[in-house]
Design a protein around this ligand. Sequence first.
Ligand SMILES: [Fe+2]
Ligand SMILES: [Fe+2]
Length: 297
Amino acid sequence: MSNFLAAYSIQSWLESAPQGYLEHTEYGHAPGEKEPALILDNPVMRAAAIRTTVQLVVGERCALAASSGLINSAPDEASKRFLATQTIDEARHVEVFTQRLYDLGVRRSELEDALKTHANPHLVKFAEVLLEKVDQKDFVAGVVGQNVILEGMAFHVFELMHAGNQAVNPKFSHTLSGVIADERRHVGFGENRIGSLIRESPERKPEVQRMQRDMSYHMLATFAAAFQDTSERDEMERITREAEQRGEITRSGTWQGADLRALPPAEMEKLLSGTVLKEFKTRLERIGLEYQTPPAP
Ligand SMILES: [Fe+2]
Ligand SMILES: [Fe+2]
């Protein structure tokens, strides 16, 4: 427990995040960095960037509601303090991704409408399953849903986006790297804290596992919608390829050993869901839960 206390204290949070990798950043990126012209000047690219960023805001609003909501049901003081640091991390994530929407030209007065219009319905469901547990003050299910499932998913989605944006959009990829560092800390807490609680109340397992199955289902359905092969996607690929041929951008990006430039959307979806589910399995096993395979969406 003492390692746990030190690793998840407010002191170590201050040293690693605000005084560490977030120092001298502005909304998570270097001051003055801008979205690339390739996105800002092209309506198709800009609309796609807005839609993607909306999903990030929706996911982070859920994480904010979950981490703050779990503070009062946490059984020990150290967990409450950690969740307080996580709450500000998640609020920051909401803020930096909302700021990106403004940077992409969404007006402040249009923000809620944009979120409503573009939020993936399955992502909304995914959040509801988790927040129901949080509202019931169910700490064990809440932490599994938030710090294992939601954040296990978010971590890989952010890493994939980071790999794809590193060369073409340094601003966004810098924002993502700070968020990724935060998520790594949150995921670690979930695993470290919840294992002992599951061992103390094994009777909770079936219900927590059912929640995992439901959340995994909605996650896969969200991915399926996000990677759908559309004419817009072809158009984006064409625009990017042409910019590359003109020498305006250099695409790069390998993730999980795959060259992202050569990967068709269906393959990318398979790689992402496979990676996330594999990690769910490993991490659930470590905390004493059995992974439940969701039905195919
Ligand atoms: Fe987050
Ligand atoms: Fe998080």
